[in-house]
Design a binder for this molecule. Structure first.
Ligand SMILES: [Zn+2]
Length: 371
């Protein structure tokens, strides 16, 4: 007969007849959390003489392939048991079973939005605070403007300023969060901007001053200072509530509308005017960097502090600035003195606050914690 009795085939025949040792099965499950379908490698010894005959996920049969495809979509998050039964092809049909656990997460992060619940008036600052129940990459946009969220202990936040001319409307805030497995959640949180309550101030000035108070003169000066407020520097230097730069009564509120000599209403008052005697020290309301001193027509001697992340404070009608450009001034540290420079009827401090290029009410920052 033409049968070749090689050593291999003799060994096989012997094994086939007498083997009682069940196959060895090792499952290679991902150590990390998985999402959706995930392959599980199956190593079987003796290879070529044994195969998977049965596979289960959480007690339900699944296709006995190698690698196994374990689909966790639709299952609750957490551990799932994978069972594989292998059988050899010897006469005894020896079997063994291996089990392993796969941990799944198919749930997007759950976001909690802690916005300021009440509507935001024109000239107000909106604080967006977000919490996620798991680590996630979070993006937020306000209208079509991306918000740069800051990470804090367990939450993300952004401050958004609405200038006194911001149109009253509902501004959509879109937030998306993606966990490290790619599970993504989308959420909406509209902000309602409502009209501010701005007083009207009728001011009489001498005819010679009228050109100075014309809207064009204001606009020109605002344009000159505006580039300073467009910057976003890091890190955040402010911490906690802002102090008043000096103790003095409010002479003119933020946002006040003005008419001069019975003329048309010109723009909103960009800051709050605080009464103080000439020479009174002006203290930094919070930690910041002196980024500008200048002499301009309306605000006179002016100084700007950069508090980081697009938050700036401006001081006008000063008699002197006693810090150097680039200096960090600490919260409460005097850095300038009250004067009456520029368009001013007497010594006082004109104090402005800017958030992301929007002119907002400074006193709000002395009354609440942001963030
Ligand atoms: Zn003023």
């Amino acid at each position: 007969m033409g049968i070749a009795w090689g050593s291999g085939t003799l060994e096989y025949a012997t094994w086939w007849v007498s083997n009682t040792t069940p196959p060895t099965v090792v499952l290679a499950v991902p150590q990390d959390v998985v999402r959706g379908e995930t392959p599980v490698g199956v190593r079987i010894e003796p290879s070529g003489r044994a195969r998977i005959v049965e596979a289960q996920l959480d007690g339900r049969p699944i296709l006995a392939s190698n690698p196994l495809v374990v689909d966790t979509a639709g299952l609750p998050d957490g551990d799932h048991q994978v069972v594989v039964v292998a059988e050899d092809e010897s006469r005894q049909r020896n079997r063994s079973t291996a089990t392993a656990a796969v941990r799944s997460d198919n749930t997007p992060p759950r976001l909690t939005i802690e916005g300021r619940p009440e509507p935001v008036p024109q000239g107000g600052t909106w604080l967006l605070r977000l919490r996620s129940d798991e680590p996630a990459a979070i993006h937020a946009t306000l209208g079509d403007r991306p918000l740069e969220l800051q990470a804090a202990d367990g939450f993300g936040w952004a401050v958004v300023g609405f200038g006194p001319d911001a149109p009253p409307s509902t501004v959509p805030v879109a937030i998306d969060a993606t966990d490290r497995l790619g599970n993504r959640a989308d959420q909406q949180a509209p902000v309602h901007v409502v009209p501010g309550d701005f007083p009207l101030d009728r001011v009489e000035v001498s005819a010679s001053l009228l050109p100075l108070v014309a809207p064009e003169a204001r606009a020109e000066e605002d344009r000159r200072l505006a580039p300073n407020y467009a910057k976003v520097t890091r890190p955040r230097l402010w911490e906690g509530r802002f102090l008043l730069p000096l103790q003095g009564s409010v002479i003119t509120e933020f946002g006040t509308l003005r008419t001069y000599n019975g003329g048309p209403v010109v723009g909103h008052h960009a800051g709050v005017d605080l009464a103080a005697a000439a020479g009174t020290p002006v203290r930094a309301p919070n930690r910041g960097r002196l980024v500008l001193t200048d002499e301009v027509r309306l605000r006179g001697r002016v100084a700007i502090l950069d508090h980081g992340l697009g938050v700036f404070t401006t001081y006008a009608h000063l008699s002197s600035v006693d810090a150097q450009i680039g200096d960090i001034v600490e919260r409460g540290q005097p850095f300038a003195r009250v004067g009456s420079s520029g368009l001013s009827t007497g010594p006082h401090l004109h104090w402005e606050l800017w958030v992301g290029g929007a002119n907002v009410a400074p006193l709000e920052w002395t009354e609440r914690d942001l963030p």
